[in-house]
Design a protein around this ligand. Structure first.
Ligand code: ADP
Ligand code: ZN
Ligand code: ZN
Length: 767
């Protein structure tokens, strides 16, 4: 046992533990290392940057084996205690190593050691340098002598009036540039002799702005429902409370967020706003900027590492009063946090489903709000079934906006039975007639198809060859304008052949993608400008805005698009929405597929008739009698949700049970499945008496059902075979006790195998 002060450091390694180091020498001038500060430590033969998670009086390790911290990087904790606690909770809940969780919560630049504040480098004389200057050294090297003299003069206590204010020691690069030409070589030489050091000093911090008035005249007067919602949340400022803001598209949810944020800002708090994808929601960002003339930190995936660092610093310093960002912004620093808002809370992109640390930003936002004692608002026109169940159990309160804000009329939904109508290039006769009618009446039309490209299949009618992806269990999609074949799963790309590579016969395209629908509509309506919105055409920032502009000006009258068109845009003059294929949701093995389908239909339908004109929505389907589709049409999303939750309860799927998925992949299907079979065996051993363990653990084990292993629906992806094992339990605590016991065993299985695997707690894709 050691008795020197110890710091327990979370390091970015897959090991599920903290590492003990001597807290000395504590870097800058005897300052202590506090939890939440970054430190550089020796780790094997490497030096790693980690975060001090705890301090302790002593260590289990014998004193002689303890290494010392090399350097303390932060003058103050980079994570405050509440955020550190949140991340600790997340590491436990998602069963992920704490060091990797903390690393995931920081921008890359900070992981690599960038300072938390922007700093200016100063060159400062060392005592030895001062003595050398006094002796008139170095004899040879005029530039070096000049540099020493300049620095000695800068540090001399002079009579000038500026000396009364505290200033950084030495001179900055800018100051040296003014005094001396090409001083850098000389500085390097003097640093090498130990006469000069560089010191990073925080750049003078700009004052935190007080809250100025909101820009008046822009905000509409809230209607009665909006007032009730705003009132409920504002009453809870200062304590934790969970709210679901369930408002149909266009009902004024954003206006409610803005009012709540305004109140929080007036009380001196900051606000954290999470959105699914910034690139797709420029309107929301724009509305926040327009309403509040306060610094805002915007964090999203399209930022460079440096931009991300700058945005993080804005939030950390407290200058930014609003932090708005995508998934990982849930970990962003926010001074005096007053409220958290999660817009489009049902959106799947809030769940990190790749890499090691797979977390739900929506769920963590609720935990963060709890820890910070602030209200959290989950807003959506189509709340996740889990979220609605949390309303039923009383965990959240529901705030309803039932009407469209600007007195717009809700759209009329109806089905088109694809089995009993003529379908031409994917468009049925009733749909075609409706498009004609709406165009003739001066309306705009939105055609939705969740498949980009020209056609999903390239086929040879002579020999039956279908262009396959070599690395996936998937077909290559035809991109005609580009004359390429592309895999939408792995990105594989090939030239579009004119003849069958197998028999030389001419090939043909089968099925429709947005590119082909655009072509068809252009042929059918040659006088009407049609634009397309999907990931193939929207590549740069601004492409989206340009499309919006053309629709808004009426220059374009038909919009064909994928999921992209369902996100938060206003098309006030769109009076008809056609959903070309609603059926993907019914073929999936994923129990969540119908929920996603219903959400997509409701979201895309919400694009119709946002102005004063009534909208019409046509949904093409081969399953017009499907009960979930029926309830969606007859009773709207609430009716659908009720039905779907009943099915979930009967099948014991979430939210009526808890799931974890073990996902494995390998170069062969056998290897992936064999690993999962072993993992399952280990789990079964844990459940029986064969493994020593408390009776608690056995009881927990019995409450856990094991499903699989089974190959993924699309087993081969990007050259690897994927499979999964599901662990399911009626109660969360049992599942987590079980996972905690099982994981170390599973980790010991992996050694020497070429299998990659990861645990996904609360998975949202079940394949
Ligand atoms: P949502 O976020 O629910 O889709 P928005 O907040 O974008 O709804 O509101 C839709 C439109 O209605 C916007 O143009 C908005 O400015 C307007 N709006 C919102 N609240 C009101 C209100 N109380 N009175 C008039 N217009 C409103
Ligand atoms: Zn052929
Ligand atoms: Zn592929």
């Amino acid at each position: 046992m050691s008795s020197v002060p110890i710091v327990r450091v979370a390091l970015p390694t897959p090991l599920r533990r903290l590492f003990d180091y001597r807290a000395e020498p504590p870097g800058a001038a005897g300052a202590a290392i506090e939890p939440g500060m970054r430190v550089r430590v020796p780790f094997g033969r490497q030096r790693l940057i980690g975060v001090a998670a705890e301090t302790a009086a002593d260590s289990e390790l014998p004193e002689e084996r303890l290494k010392s911290v090399l350097e303390r990087l932060d003058p103050q904790p980079i994570f405050d205690p509440a955020t550190l606690a949140l991340l600790g909770w997340a590491a436990d809940y998602y069963h992920h190593p704490i060091g990797e969780v903390l690393a995931a919560a920081l921008p890359k630049a900070l992981r690599l050691g960038a300072p938390i504040e922007s700093v200016t480098e100063h060159w400062v004389l060392t005592p030895a340098g001062g003595e050398a200057h006094a002796r008139g050294e170095p004899r040879r090297g005029l530039r070096q002598r000049e540099l020493l003299a300049a620095l000695a003069q800068a540090d001399a206590p002079g009579p000038g009036p500026t000396e009364s204010t505290a200033r950084a020691p030495g001179l900055s690069a800018a100051e040296l540039d003014e005094k001396l030409a090409s001083w850098r070589d000389a500085a390097r030489a003097l640093v090498a002799r130990g006469w000069l050091v560089t010191v990073a000093t925080p750049t003078a911090a700009t004052a935190v702005p007080s809250f100025p008035a909101v820009i008046a005249g822009l905000a509409p007067e809230p209607n009665e429902e909006q007032r009730a919602a705003i009132g409920s949340v504002c009453e809870s400022l200062g304590t934790f409370a969970g709210f679901v803001l369930h408002g149909v598209t266009g009902s004024g949810k954003t206006e409610v967020y803005l009012r709540i944020v305004e109140r929080a800002l007036r009380l001196g708090h900051s606000a954290l706003v999470l959105v699914p994808e910034i690139g797709l929601t420029p309107q929301l960002v724009g509305r926040f900027r327009q309403r509040f003339p306060v610094p805002m930190a915007v964090l999203h995936s399209a930022l460079t590492d440096h931009e991300r660092l700058l945005a993080w610093r804005e939030a950390f310093s407290g200058r930014a009063r609003i932090v708005l960002g995508t998934r990982s912004a849930v970990f962003a620093p926010a001074r005096d946090l007053g409220v958290i808002i999660v817009d489009e809370e049902h959106d799947a992109s809030f769940k990190q489903h790749e890499g090691g640390f797979r977390y739900s930003a929506r769920d963590l936002a609720v935990v963060r709000a709890q820890r910070a004692d602030v209200p959290v608002v989950l807003g959506s026109a189509t709340p996740a079934l889990e979220t609605l169940q949390n309303v039923t159990t009383g965990r959240y309160s529901r705030l309803v906006l039932s009407r469209r804000a600007a007195d717009a009329v809700p759209p009329r939904l109806s089905l088109v039975d694809l089995r009993s109508t003529v379908v031409r290039a994917g468009i049925s006769t009733p749909a075609l007639q409706a498009i004609e009618r709406h165009l003739a009446a001066g309306g705009q039309v939105l055609v939705f198809l969740n498949r980009r490209g020209y056609a999903p299949t390239l086929l040879c009618t002579a020999c039956g060859w279908i262009a396959p992806c070599r690395d996936c269990d998937a077909r290559l999609t035809v991109h005609r304008a580009l004359a390429r074949l592309r895999c939408h799963h792995c990105g594989a790309d090939a030239a579009l052949p004119e003849r069958c590579p197998q028999c030389g016969f001419a090939v043909k395209t089968v099925g429709q993608g947005t590119e082909r629908i655009e072509e068809t509509l252009a042929t059918l309506f040659p006088d009407v400008a049609c634009i397309r919105l999907d990931r193939d055409v929207v590549r740069r920032r601004g492409d989206m805005e340009e499309a919006m502009r053309r629709m808004a000006s009426g220059e374009a009258r038909i919009l064909v698009g994928t999921q992209m068109v369902t996100k938060g845009h206003d098309f006030p003059n769109v009076t008809l929405v056609v959903v070309l294929n609603a059926d993907q949701g019914f073929f999936s093995t994923d129990f969540r597929a119908p929920e996603r389908l219903a959400q997509t239909i409701v979201q895309v339908a919400g694009r119709a008739g946002r102005g004063q004109k009534a909208g019409e929505v046509l949904i093409q389907t081969e399953f017009p009698d499907h009960p979930l589709l029926r309830s969606l049409l007859a009773e709207g999303y609430d009716g659908f949700a009720r039905e779907a939750l009943t099915e979930r309860r009967q099948a014991a799927w979430p939210p009526f049970s808890r799931l974890a998925a073990v996902r494995a992949s390998a170069k062969t299907a056998e290897a992936a499945l064999a690993f999962l079979a072993q993992a399952r065996q280990a789990a079964e051993d844990l459940r029986t008496d064969r493994v020593a363990g408390g009776s608690d653990r056995r009881a927990a084990g019995r409450a856990v059902r094991l499903l699989g292993p089974a190959p993924a629906a699309m087993a081969k992806r990007a050259g690897r075979y994927h499979a999964q094992l599901l662990l399911e339990s009626a109660d969360r605590a049992s599942l987590h006790r079980f996972l905690a016991a099982w994981l170390p065993v599973a980790e010991s299985l992996q050694s020497g195998r070429r299998v990659r695997w990861a645990l996904d707690v609360d998975p949202i894709d079940i394949f």
